[in-house]
Design a protein around this ligand. Structure first.
Ligand code: FNR
Length: 184
């Protein structure tokens, strides 16, 4: 059985380390997981005034998340927290009240930074929101990738065998997590 995993990357820039990481995770994932990138950079900033006549891109985003079997967050850290674009996507998906698109979807979080702490602050602030959104987020293995600017070659390939192995184990564990936490 194939499972549809919605991948949200917390960086919007073209050369994003986290985007490269998301691509690598897609290649390392077990065959039963089909990862697809969900764009978040086009979403207007959430405003409750728009709930009665929401922008079409909000609606299509919510529907896409609702259709997914699981969600994978791959994110940098902005000022020790979740990048605004990603928080905005969480907020949009959470509304209208009582109809959150996130509800019950198994999730996982990976953070990466050129810095030594590997985006720990973003990773855990994100988990705080996921608790409220009723997204069971895989507790282990944790993935805080420090020195992440050194992880990829010019073609976006992982240069380090140890990291490749770790990320493969992470995706294998996520598959089990999805199966164990799926309602279907
Ligand atoms: C950063 N960066 C950063 N890094 C970090 O480890 N902790 C932090 O708190 C911050 N804060 C921060 C704020 C803002 C506004 C920016 C633009 C950047 C640096 C960040 O890790 C670096 O730019 C990464 O390369 C961003 O990830 P992508 O875009 O390469 O995926």
């Amino acid at each position: 059985e194939t499972r549809d995993v919605a991948v949200l990357v917390g960086s919007l820039r073209k050369q994003s380390i986290n985007r490269k990481l998301a691509n690598a995770l897609g290649q390392l994932a077990p065959a039963s997981l089909k990862l697809s990138d969900i764009e978040i950079g086009q979403l207007p900033i959430y405003n409750q005034d728009s709930d009665e006549a929401p922008p079409a891109v909000w609606t299509s985003f919510r529907e896409r998340i609702r259709a997914a079997d699981a969600v994978l967050f791959v994110t940098p850290e902005h000022n020790r927290s979740v990048p605004a674009a990603l928080k905005n996507a969480l907020d949009i998906g959470s509304r209208p009240y009582g109809r959150s698109a996130w509800n019950g979807k198994p999730g996982a979080v990976v953070s990466a930074s050129p810095g030594a702490i590997g985006g720990f602050g973003a990773n855990h602030h994100l988990r705080q929101s996921l608790v409220f959104l009723n997204v069971p987020a895989m507790p282990q293995p944790e993935a805080y990738l420090g020195g992440a600017d050194k992880l990829f070659d010019a073609d976006g390939k992982l240069v380090n065998e140890g990291t490749r192995k770790f990320l493969q184990q992470f995706m294998d564990a996520f598959e089990s997590w999805i199966v164990a936490n799926s309602k279907r």
